[in-house]
Write a protein that binds this ligand. Structure first.
Ligand SMILES: [Zn+2]
Length: 360
């Protein structure tokens, strides 16, 4: 999960139509709403993607479009055309290595009725879920107009990946690339906590979300939200809804820190952590081999943590709250440990891909 592509069909459209505001000078991307970056071959060339995955020890990947392609701020027609080109391009991209690649639909979320139609069309094209921004150019996903999308996403029975996008401006984050370093995990935290407070997970118990960058600050700060549910009149959902939501959430492993990944797996349960790479961006990382090592370390520590702090014992928040864990089977874990440690994560990820494809 969380492995990016920019299909050639989308690049062609951006070159043809200046209305998107993107300048492509060779492989240099500039403009629109993203910092300049190099469109390396693994964004659009399946052979280069496979080579990159092999180098990282990654057997299989569920690819998705990155935020630079989230044109939620352009006209509806342009957004629809770009999403259609992206989805057709990803379908073609993945047919080159069907045993190793699957894709998530790109949707024109600024128009929820059309986003639903686009998702239904993409499902027929073979997508295994959808990838959307945490913010739809300023609109928040818990607002009423997105309810029909959540209904459709739940009915589809496939995961929705939430990726930070259109981060709210914050003067303190302007220097040092902090709009990405802090702003991205902050955006994820804002979006998921708002969805919890708005009751989206409660209304749609079969909904499954994948949140990136280790879940932002959510795994570390969810207790604060639950406490606020108890003491503050601004929040009307019960504290149990916070923990219940964790049964519907899956977290990518991209923390850039072994201790943080260990904390994540211990808290949410290793069955809810998926290999995430953010490749091929420079803020990406994560190799299958390194993930395996982290999983093994986390596994050896679970018992001790459980003795010290029963509420967060192995199995995660959901288990600690004695919740229905049926959702734990919705996505097969990649962090099951030793297979990945031996470099056999190809097989483990293939299981994940199949589970996502069938909506298990
Ligand atoms: Zn990403």
């Amino acid at each position: 999960m969380h492995n990016h592509v920019i299909p050639a069909a989308a690049l062609d459209l951006l070159r043809r139509d200046a209305g998107y505001g993107v300048t492509l000078d060779g492989d240099q991307w500039s403009g629109a709403h993203h910092v300049p970056f190099t469109v390396v071959a693994s964004f659009h060339d399946p052979a280069a993607k496979i080579t990159e995955m092999d180098a990282k020890g990654i057997g299989s990947a569920v690819v998705s479009c990155p935020p630079p392609l989230f044109f939620y701020d352009v006209s509806r027609d342009r957004s629809i055309e770009l999403c259609e080109a992206s989805n057709a391009g990803m379908a073609e991209f993945c047919t080159t290595h069907p045993e190793r690649l699957r894709w998530l639909a790109h949707l024109p979320m600024q128009d929820p009725p059309h986003a639903v139609k686009a998702y239904q069309a993409a499902l027929l094209q073979g997508c295994v879920g959808a990838a959307i921004g945490t913010s739809i150019a300023g609109q928040r996903l818990d607002e009423p107009e997105f309810e029909e999308f959540w209904v459709a996403a739940e009915q589809a029975g496939k995961p929705v990946l939430l990726h930070p996008a259109f981060n709210e401006p914050h003067r303190g984050l302007e220097p040092y690339y902090l709009q990405n370093v802090i702003g991205n995990p902050l955006e994820t935290t804002i979006t998921v906590e708002r969805l919890i407070c708005a009751g989206v997970f409660t209304r749609h118990p079969a909904l499954r979300l994948v949140i990136v960058h280790g879940g932002g600050f959510l795994p570390y700060q969810a207790g604060r939200l639950a406490h606020a549910c108890e003491v503050r009149p601004e929040i009307t959902v019960p504290p149990s809804d916070v923990w219940q939501a964790f049964g519907q959430l899956y977290f990518d492993s991209l923390t850039h820190n072994t201790s943080a990944l260990r904390y994540l797996t211990e808290h949410v349960g290793h069955n809810h952590v998926l290999l995430g790479t953010d490749l091929p961006f420079d803020m990406g990382g994560g190799s299958g081999h390194g993930l395996g090592r982290s999983a093994r370390r986390a596994g050896t520590r679970r018992g001790r943590l459980g003795e010290r702090d029963p509420p967060v014992r192995s199995g995660g928040y959901a288990r600690s709250q004695r919740l229905d864990l049926a959702g734990r089977r919705a996505l097969v874990p990649v962090l099951r440990g030793q297979a990945a440690e031996r470099g056999e994560n190809h097989a483990a990820l293939r299981v994940l891909v199949w589970a996502v494809r069938i909506g298990a």
